[in-house]
Design a protein around this ligand. Structure first.
Ligand SMILES: Nc1ncnc2c1ncn2[C@@H]1O[C@H](COP(=O)(O)OP(=O)(O)O)[C@@H](O)[C@H]1O
Ligand SMILES: [Mg+2]
Length: 343
């Protein structure tokens, strides 16, 4: 099959850390054709969506070592219609310019796109967890979202707990996540001025500080509604954010029964929203967020658990493409029978 990877930039991939590179390498091992694409060079040529694609040239022998592989890869650049792909993996950090999704809308009936575009639109920011409807906080922390400074101040007043978390609605990598101390409110209004514009059209999250967060969080990778691996991220000293980008460290982790139950509970919804490959951030039995665009973690989980999760990912892509092909053949057969009957 021909697999496209929409990525940030090849030159910015870090070979020993990149989950995407492992998937690309696995595809090549299975003799699939792989191209990479960038969102800034999509075009429409007479009503058909095209893009400059960079196809990896076949190698006589694919090096085992991922850094050697990365350094040896050569590309062939061409202009190609995107509907020629069997499958496209979106592996670009948020936020993505929404126009990119409109380009891809044109091919979504022909090409398997992971994650599904409508799913990404729905889960485009941290508001997505509100669609899980958990007002009793069985697995979501107490969370408020607002663009009103007045409302946020009221929430802080009402909070029974001393510590709360403030974060942007569409952040990633821990950027802008801060702890608010109820009794140290001197800076809060100034902070809110910074986070929220006067027009009130950018929102922030104010969330309960989850007990046990000092020890870090857990990244769970979900594939097709099931957890396929998890690891523990511990924040650096004096830091609240456990994100690896914010200096967090990776440790081996065994999921609790409670966490497995929660994953099972939300798995079906993720699938029905077309969110087949996502990264959940959990602290204890609470879900902090659902990462749908470029979840990382494969390299850490592989190293800590001696597994090769990229194999499961590529198995899944193959199954999806096969399923689609079978449906198409079935449809063509039915259409032919219909036209035979008419004649
Ligand atoms: N409610 C919270 N209680 C305690 N720690 C939190 C809370 N929210 C976020 N954090 C810490 O900050 C990190 C980043 O928050 P997260 O909501 O995952 O945003 P991002 O998209 O930036 O990763 C988390 O991994 C966790 O370590
Ligand atoms: Mg996170």
């Amino acid at each position: 099959m021909h697999v496209g990877f929409i990525i940030e930039h090849w030159d910015n991939l870090e070979p020993t850390k990149s989950s995407t590179l492992l998937m690309i390498k696995e595809c090549l091992h299975r003799n699939h054709r792989v191209s990479i694409l960038y969102t800034n060079n999509l075009t429409v040529r007479n009503n058909v969506v095209h893009g400059y694609i960079y196809t990896l040239k076949p190698m006589d022998k694919i090096p085992e070592n991922v850094t050697t592989f990365y350094n040896k890869v050569e590309f062939e650049r061409s202009m190609s219609a995107l509907h020629a792909f069997d499958c496209i993996m979106i592996r670009k950090d948020p936020p993505i310019n929404p126009i990119v999704f409109n380009f891809l809308d044109a091919i979504k009936d022909e090409v398997i796109i992971i994650n599904d575009l409508d799913g990404i639109r729905k889960a485009n920011n941290k508001l997505y967890t509100t669609t899980f409807h958990d007002p009793n906080n069985t697995y979501l922390p107490i969370t408020h979202v607002s663009g009103s400074k007045k409302f946020i101040n009221r929430i802080i007043d009402e909070s029974k707990k001393e510590k709360m978390i403030l974060k942007p609605l569409d952040g990633s990598g821990g950027r802008g996540v801060i702890v608010l101390e109820k009794n140290a409110r001197t800076n809060i209004n100034s902070l809110l001025d910074f986070y929220i514009s006067d027009s009130g059209d950018n929102y922030v999250i104010i969330q309960e500080y989850i007990e046990g967060a000092e020890d870090g969080d857990v990244r769970v990778l979900m594939l097709n509604g099931n957890p396929i691996g998890a690891y523990h991220r511990k924040p650096a000293a004096g830091e609240v954010r456990a994100n690896i980008q914010a200096g967090g460290s990776a440790h081996k982790y065994t999921m609790t029964e409670g966490q497995k139950k929660i994953c099972k509970k939300i798995g079906a919804k993720l699938i029905s929203d077309g969110l087949f490959f996502v990264g959940l951030d959990m602290i204890g039995d609470k879900i902090l967020e659902v990462n749908v665009l470029n979840p990382g973690g494969i390299t850490n989980i592989n190293r800590l658990n001696k597994v090769k999760l990229q194999k499961q990912l590529v198995d899944f892509l193959e199954e999806k493409v096969e399923e689609k092909l079978e449906k198409r053949i079935e449809l063509e057969y039915l259409l032919k029978r219909l036209s035979d009957l008419r004649e």
